[in-house]
Ligand binder design. Sequence first.
Ligand SMILES: Nc1ncnc2c1ncn2[C@@H]1O[C@H](COP(=O)(O)OP(=O)(O)OP(=O)(O)O)[C@@H](O)[C@H]1O
Length: 457
Amino acid sequence: MKKRLLIVEDDPGLQSQMRWCFSSDLDVDVAADRAAALALLRRNEPQVVTLDLGLPPDPGGASEGFALLDDILRLSPMVKVIVVTGREDKENAVKAIGMGASDFYQKPLDPDILSFVVNRAFRLAELERDNRELTNRQNGTNIKGVVAASPQMLSVCRTLEKVAPTDVTTLIVGETGTGKELLARALHDLSHRADKPFAAINCAAIPENLLESELFGYEKGAFTGATQSKKGKIESANGGTLFLDEIGDMPMALQAKLLRFLQERSVDRVGSVKPVPVDVRVVCATHRNVAHLISAGDFREDLYYRISEITLEVPALRERQGDSIVIARSLLQSLSRQMDRPSLSFSEDAVQAISGYSWPGNVREMINKVKRATIMAEGKRVTAADLELTCEGVPTENQLNLRQVRETAERDAIIQALQTTGYNMAQASRLLGVTRPTLYNLTDKYRIDTSAESVQA
Ligand SMILES: Nc1ncnc2c1ncn2[C@@H]1O[C@H](COP(=O)(O)OP(=O)(O)OP(=O)(O)O)[C@@H](O)[C@H]1O
């Protein structure tokens, strides 16, 4: 693939110096403002962008540059953005890196150093692309209970498999119903602690005054009604894994006590002054935005750093290409077996509705809908109406360009056709109105695994 660089710079002198610096090795585009930069990003899909933060209408400040950085990373998260700042402008450089820029470069322009920084960014983009392709090629997951076929979820599963054998404190974040608890259990099951207890507690479901004694336990006489001593969840997980669900909802006072436990690895039961040493691996989960909680003063930053030695971000179901139909099929199979209605399958309109729907309640919502449909279906086919579904589209402003829209639609249609025909290439190619060789070319192009066995339940 040809290397393409987008230079965003409003100073005509610097524009031509930079163009001169790179045009012998790279395809170079130059934009002087945000609108032109976004148009070139959509049209030419550069792998690397150099971005001068001081752009019109705020050439002396950085507001327009930051807004553009945000746009670029939203539209094309894999692009490497090198932020170009003034000589003394360390603060903005740090802020840009925090937002997701991959590097920064300080003026005045030194062609050798800038070339070095730009080449390094191209190398990084290339390595990441190779890595993504490798991940896409290895389809399927062996994690018990997790059904996944999308590159996004498979990548989460691979990270989980690497993290599980270690004792690092792991934070799992993701919308409600995405499978955070399922993954927390998988972390335990794949660890050396698997034959020891997995103790889970939902910090949002227990009233504040009870949560402390539930977590830390209490001594006899610690409060009215404490007729005998009781171990808390932390102690009962000894040797195993403690799962703190909805950690974002933990009251401030308890956050301090939890932090102390994480630092000292011993618990103080309520009403006791003798700490009890405990060996647990801690996994936390939340559907809330912890950064927002911290800035609102509702979550301790020091505790956040303690619990997030590794963070697993579970994508929403709508962001996982091809997963919705694979999970729906697996659910239909198990639920119809449970309800004694075997051999149910989805009709064509149901398959389309499942793929087109945005699943705001993620897998949990899907379980409810498939359960309902299993009860309601009249024949052997479950229809979109049984699922109470209608189709939705992706908002245009979140799509990079027409090519991306076309390719996403093409990939989804191929996956759907393969799934509908049980991965029969001849039938799928007829359904899609293309020849078999064309279908093989397309599955190669999109790295779609054509063997049904690769999609595991
Ligand atoms: N990839 C998956 N494959 C199969 N089942 C799944 C998958 N992800 C989630 N589930 C199922 O969906 C349901 C909800 O999952 P889970 O409780 O783990 O979500 P959660 O993110 O912890 O939700 P919440 O934030 O509301 O606590 C569970 O029954 C779980 O087994």
